[in-house]
Design a protein around this ligand. Structure first.
Ligand code: GTP
Ligand code: MG
Length: 266
């Protein structure tokens, strides 16, 4: 590009590799996002509540990746970055209850094409400052045009209360430029304990309500959560009677002009 200094072939190659590296991590991260979204939607249908409140992802910026590499003394080669920095791609899952965190962990770990390289349980072993979360380092295969590239993604799974705490702690840490007064540190620790108590109480209440709704469930409503994928009773009934009716009858793959949501003009 004009305005940039002349760069040598070596630097140009490094830049090209670096760009490809970041792109590949984006693909791996998107793959994990899709997996988790599928688990969320399926679980919500099969059970009576949603164990996953929120999922988000972030790719480390090239600046912060290079800064971390320098800080940790990692060579500026693609191989070294790959092997030593595990949070280039990050996915964060916020759950309703603590038990959901482990359910989500188990569902992720059970996926055949995904390998859990490391698990850190800061819930059973919170950090000294009060930080709680379950961290998984996973590897997923990304299918590129000419090869399959395994990509490492960090997944943080936590409750809403743990997430609330972690974002406040993070903010305070940076506001005080990493020199937080002891009084605030003590109060953060207390807040972490209060958050854990809230998590426990909310889960107890939720269990009680679930049990109540199971006890009082009628035959009619049991296991029949509303779903955008569910055909209507009328449609199924007319199908079984051999009198195809309703608007969906011609809505088969390959059929054209059924006036779906796409609204593409023919
Ligand atoms: P880095 O801290 O990224 O070098 O990784 P690590 O090898 O120390 O792993 P660790 O599991 O301790 O932390 C990884 C990530 O978890 C961090 O980048 C944060 O996003 C989050 N995390 C860890 N500890 C804390 C904490 O004390 N407070 C907050 N707010 N987040 C934390
Ligand atoms: Mg750390």
């Amino acid at each position: 590009m004009s305005g940039e200094p002349q760069v040598g072939a070596e630097l140009r190659a490094l830049r090209e590799h670096f760009t490809r590296l970041m792109m590949t991590y984006r693909f791996g991260m998107d793959e994990v996002m899709t997996k988790i979204t599928i688990l969320r939607d399926e679980f919500a249908y099969a059970h009576e509540y949603n164990p996953i409140e929120h999922v988000s992802s972030r790719l480390k910026s090239p600046e912060s990746l290079l800064a971390k590499a320098r800080r940790k003394g990692v060579d500026l080669t693609i191989e070294a970055l790959r092997a030593e920095i595990f949070d280039i791609a990050g996915v964060r899952v916020t759950c309703s209850f603590v038990s959901d965190i482990y359910k989500v962990r188990d569902m992720i770990a059970a996926q055949q094409d995904l390998v859990v390289l490391e698990e850190r349980d800061y819930i059973s072993h919170p950090k000294g400052n009060g930080y709680k979360s379950l961290h998984l380092i996973v590897e997923v295969p990304v299918f590129l045009s000419d090869r399959v590239q395994p990509v490492v993604v960090e997944i943080q799974i936590r409750t809403i209360a743990m997430d609330f705490w972690a974002s406040l702690e993070h903010k305070i840490y940076y506001k005080y430029d990493k020199a937080v007064p002891q009084r605030l540190l003590d109060e953060l620790k207390e807040a972490s304990l209060a958050a854990s108590e809230l998590d426990e109480k909310m889960e107890r209440l939720h269990d009680e309500v679930l049990q109540h709704s199971r006890d009082t469930a009628t035959e009619h409503t049991e296991g029949q959560s509303a779903s955008p994928f569910a055909p209507s009773w009328e449609l199924l009934d007319s199908y079984l009677r051999g009198t195809p009716g309703g608007q969906g009858a011609t809505d088969a793959p390959g059929s054209e002009g059924t006036g779906g949501a796409s609204g593409v003009a023919g």
